[in-house]
Design a protein around this ligand. Structure first.
Ligand code: GLU
Length: 325
């Protein structure tokens, strides 16, 4: 099966009614990529996993899903890459839908993280639960909430969700990357045991890690990310996989992305750019322009906060072009 015609999921507001002043044309995207490329040499690709360290630091690609006006792309857009932390946005959405807001936020916080995304220090502050769903401890608690009786069925459910949101039935997991992460996941393992000792997860740590590693290893391209982000941009309910994603859930996820999506740089990012976004350690990045556009970016050269250098700069320029706020 190939990429299916959009929409696999349906929404009520993907019309052109918001489509007036904020047009990004392919030529302007090309120009933005040219402007950003010189900065890529300032970053380094992640060496967290051998598979990630093979990425090319000079690669940069972007796709913008304009809804009824189609998708435009620029840069090295043939590349595929694993979602890594970007998947946390979609696992959160599934958990909100499956368990409800109250259940989810009794078990993870909604605060900005101080410190590294996978550290024990950012794990638990005064509230006694992980600070938010996008630090690793919080993401593991979210995975624990998802439907499925074993790690493979849990991960398969998330994969199906991503396929439905992107309209791409060919998306799969990069199992080598998932296995490699499982072998090297001692930091996440430590978080898992802390969570379990505090009664915050019910799944066994190894099972939970294997589900999580598979979700992080879902392999996409920038067009897939743009499609999935466009769903998040919706201002009304979205029908997908027989479920209804409520507009209020999408709004909540966008808000969290705005102030917690960019690791330690989240506060600066929210102030400078103002577009809800989420980065992953592979260089994957999504951005969501409410009612308008879904943005997918791949730029594996990372800054010291593990954010995509190219992605950040592209988002700054896109935000300025759109004059969003
Ligand atoms: N799989 C990675 C981890 O859990 C994702 C990290 C990231 O993208 O920030 O450490």
């Amino acid at each position: 099966m190939g990429r299916q015609a959009w929409p696999v999921c349906t929404t009520e507001d993907f019309s052109t009614k918001w489509w007036n002043s904020t047009v990004i044309a392919t030529e302007s995207l090309d120009a933005l990529i040219d402007q950003v490329r010189p900065f890529l040499s300032r970053g380094e690709v992640s060496n967290y996993l051998p598979e990630l360290s093979q990425a090319r630091s000079d690669e940069l690609a972007v796709a913008v899903d304009l809804g009824a006006n189609g998708v435009i792309t620029a840069g090295d857009n043939g590349a595929t890459f694993t979602m890594q932390s970007v998947v946390k946005v979609f696992t959160l959405l599934l958990a909100l839908n499956y368990r409800g807001k109250e259940y989810v936020f009794e078990r993870v916080g909604r605060d900005q993280a101080v410190g590294s995304y996978n550290s024990l220090e950012t794990f638990i502050r005064d509230s006694g639960v992980p600070v938010n769903p996008f630090v690793n401890a919080g993401a593991l608690v979210i995975v624990d909430m998802l439907p499925g009786h074993d790690p493979d069925s849990r991960a398969a459910h998330v994969l199906e969700f991503i396929r439905a949101l992107t309209g791409n039935a060919e998306i799969s997991m990069n199992i080598d990357t998932a296995r490699s992460e499982l072998l090297l996941a001692d930091q996440n393992r430590a978080l898992g045991y802390c969570l379990r000792s505090r009664g915050l997860i019910s799944t066994g740590v190894e099972e939970l890690l294997w589900a999580y590693c598979q979700m992080c290893a879902i392999e996409v391209d920038v067009v897939d990310l743009a499609h999935a982000s466009r769903v998040l941009a919706g201002g009304s309910d979205v029908h997908v996989m027989g479920q209804v994603l409520r507009a209020s859930q999408l709004r909540l996820v966008r808000r969290l992305m705005l102030y917690t999506g960019m690791y330690e740089a989240s506060g600066h990012y929210a102030c400078d750019v103002g577009i809800p976004a989420k980065c992953g350690i592979s260089g994957a990045m999504i951005g969501v322009v409410r009612h308008h556009q879904g943005i997918g970016i791949y730029g594996p050269a990372l800054d010291k906060s593990a954010n995509s250098i190219g992605g950040l700069r592209l988002m700054q320029l896109i935000s300025a072009t759109l004059d969003i706020d």
